[in-house]
Write a new protein. Structure first.
Length: 434
């Protein structure tokens, strides 16, 4: 992970200290159940737990691993140095993947809980700003071109609905990845009772994997990282909207520019959308984990370790970068500077072209064919597009239009409120409030 884009809460989850602490808890909980089943002495299980408050010596573990070339064996050897003779009862019937896979599940669950708090912060910010600008007029754009009016609140309400779906996706991903495997070599429970797995799962807040072969099936992980990728794409979509709105020619909204902030080493006037550009890049990093996670699904037979090196990278990286991005995006929305007057000015500069559909429909309702209506509106709209006055003035001067619509009817078609008559309906759908 890149320290610049990592918050301490996520870094801690993926730290060696946290990893070895989870490894220890898995082994100790397994010993408890093995003692209850009479497989190992109860005194041995109690002795294992004496290492609960021990500080695992990472340098010592690394030293052992350099010799034995096996990370779990290195840890167990160091644990034996702490526990003493009773350490021979540790790891009875387990295989390395039981420890590694279950630990990864715990780490991903803990990371997801933090990711959910980030989504919640974004949702709160979007809701607040959406209601603040519920009826703030702005032009809607399709293909980047002026279309018809919307409100800025409606824009934000759409993103609120999207991040509500993002929250659901993360909850689903958390549930799917929250599984435990303590089934031994090739997953047959030949050397360990399934009750041990059930006990460890319960203690760690997980559920047993129904069929773990020797590893937890990687379709779960693929689905998990795919969910992160979709959330990252939602972040990028909102970030891109802000970047477009901050362009000098548009300038309908912009990132907050703090006192003392500088936008360019060369041009003192610059105020660049650096936060949302950064979010776009972070989204790419998160999505880069999706394809490797998909490719990890096809392991050989009951297991291989081709997935291991991949997950050591994408697990910390994807969750940490997404966490940082969620928190940064929340700050962008909370502090977003909005310019309603500029929104209105941008809409007005196109001479009322956003009313073209209303006129088209009014002509058809007044008896003109759709083909004739389209032709009449378009020939006047193209004059306005070329900068030759307002659409309404051209329509009023067009005898063919006036055969169907009088001046009062045409002027009534420019009422901006018409476009917003169902804003409350949409808000009720999104927020469930009147």
């Amino acid at each position: 992970m890149i320290e610049r884009y990592a918050r301490p809460e996520l870094v801690e989850i993926w730290s060696p200290e946290s990893k070895y602490r989870i490894w220890f808890e898995i082994e100790a909980h397994a010993c408890d159940k093995l003692a209850e089943l009479g497989v190992i002495p109860e005194s041995a299980a109690r002795q294992v737990w004496t290492a609960k408050d021990a500080t695992f010596d990472i340098a010592r573990i690394d030293e052992i691993e350099r010799e034995v070339k096996h990370d779990v064996i290195a840890f167990l050897t160091h644990l034996a140095e702490i526990v003493g003779e009773d350490a021979r009862f540790v790891h009875q019937g387990l295989t390395s993947s039981d420890v590694l896979d279950t630990t990864l599940s715990v780490q991903l669950v803990r990371a997801t809980d933090i990711l959910l708090t980030g989504v919640d912060r974004i949702l709160a910010a979007l809701k607040k700003r959406a209601f603040e600008h519920k009826m703030t007029p702005t032009i809607g754009r399709s293909h980047g071109i002026h279309a018809e009016p919307v409100t800025f609140g409606l824009k934000l309400a759409g993103y609120y609905a999207e991040f509500s779906r993002a929250r659901t996706r993360l909850e689903t991903a958390r549930e799917e990845i929250a599984v435990c495997a303590i089934s031994g070599a090739v997953g047959t429970f030949a050397n360990i009772d399934p009750a041990v797995e059930e006990h460890v799962a319960k203690e760690l807040g997980l559920k047993p994997e129904p069929v773990s072969t020797q590893v937890i099936p990687r379709d779960r992980h693929a689905a998990y990282f795919a969910a992160l990728g979709v959330v990252a794409s939602s972040i990028e979509r909102l970030a891109t909207e802000v970047r477009h709105l901050q362009r000098t020619e548009v300038l309908e909204a912009e990132e907050f520019f703090s006192k003392g902030q500088k936008g360019s080493s060369a041009m003192p006037h610059k105020r660049n959308p650096v936060l949302t550009e950064n979010l776009t890049g972070l989204a790419r990093l998160v999505r880069s984990a999706v394809t490797p996670a998909m490719e990890n699904v096809a392991l050989w037979h009951e297991r291989d370790i081709s997935h291991s090196s991949v997950e050591r990278g994408i697990g910390p990286d994807a969750t940490t970068h997404l966490d940082f991005a969620l928190q940064r995006l929340a700050g962008v929305i909370e502090n977003l500077v909005v310019y309603p007057d500029r929104m209105q000015a941008n809409m007005d500069r196109m001479g009322g072209l956003h009313n073209s559909q209303r006129v088209l429909l009014a002509l058809t309702q007044a008896g003109a064919s759709r083909e004739d209506s389209y032709r009449l509106v378009q020939r006047n709209a193209m004059k306005t597009w070329a900068g030759e006055g307002d659409l309404l003035d051209h329509l009023l001067a067009d005898d063919d239009v006036r055969k169907h619509l009088d001046e009062d009817q045409l002027r009534a078609l420019t009422n901006l409120d018409f476009h917003f008559k169902n804003v409350a309906v949409i808000f009720q759908r999104v927020f469930g409030e009147a």
